[in-house]
Ligand binder design. Structure first.
Ligand code: PEP
Length: 253
């Protein structure tokens, strides 16, 4: 179902005590003044903090996601965290295909497709990231880049599986740079992505798909971005590390 979602990607930030404090502050703010019922807030802290986070979330109105998952199911893969493990501590979402994973950890479209399968098989909803680098936009091949990422990462899924996927369009030139896509640029790409889904799975599923924008989205620019017809919310990096800002973004629909 198409939803309004604001998801926070904490990346590799915070010590345990700081993480607990930040999650508790977010919980206190939204417990005192709840979000509108149709808005879903997701927090994606590092693996180490997930169990603490799901405990706090179980008493509040937000959900917890991981930032990554292993491409393997179980076994002798030292240092990995499986989808089964995430499921066993009530993690509901997982970011898959973030540009930092693609770049620094050489995650290919094929690996990402495997991760998507494992997440779905373990009842975890993937938040699948796609987006172009600046040179691709300048060369006017950004639509091709995003189409390839989506086709290779997601289009092997059945319609029933695809129904449980959230997409995040994150132009890489906007991530962590303070340079946000214009509302028109975001809308144009989101509409393009929805069109791809319509071609593959039909109009109903395309309309039902939640497509988030990510890249320097903050409390000042969220309202105008979220008012675009095909922008269903945001994947937020830096601004999700400040409780008040993050909650304000979630109130920006
Ligand atoms: C991200 O890394 O997913 C992201 C959107 O980061 P930022 O909001 O800091 O640009």
């Amino acid at each position: 179902m198409r939803r309004k979602i604001v998801a926070g990607n904490w990346k590799m930030n915070k010590r345990f005590d700081e993480a607990e404090e930040l999650i508790s502050e977010i919980a206190d703010i939204i417990d005192a003044q709840p979000l509108d019922e149709d808005i879903e807030m997701i927090i994606c802290p590092p693996f180490l903090f997930l169990e603490m986070a799901t405990d706090i979330a179980s008493e509040s109105e937000f959900h917890i996601g991981a930032q990554n998952v292993s491409e393997y199911d179980a076994g002798a893969y030292t240092g990995e965290v499986s989808a089964q493990m995430l499921n066993s501590i009530e993690v509901e979402y997982c970011i898959i295909g973030h540009s930092e994973r693609r770049k620094y950890f050489a995650e290919t479209d094929e690996v990402l497709a495997t991760k998507i399968n494992l997440a779905l098989a373990n009842e975890i909803e993937p938040i699948f990231c796609c987006g172009e680098v600046l040179s691709e936009r300048e060369a006017k091949i950004h639509f091709d880049t995003v189409r390839t990422q989506i086709e290779k990462g997601l289009f092997h899924l059945s319609p029933e599986q695809f129904y449980n996927v959230v997409i995040a369009y994150e132009p890489i030139w906007a991530i962590g740079t303070g340079v946000v896509a214009s509302p028109a640029q975001a809308q144009e790409m989101h509409a393009y992505i929805r069109g791809l889904i319509k071609e593959k799975y039909g109009a109903e599923l395309a309309e039902d798909t939640t497509i988030l924008y990510g890249g320097s989205c903050n409390a000042d620019n969220a309202t105008v971005l979220f008012s675009q017809p095909d922008v269903d919310g945001g994947l937020i990096g830096g601004a999700s590390l400040k409780a008040k800002d993050f909650v304000q973004i979630a109130r920006s629909f």
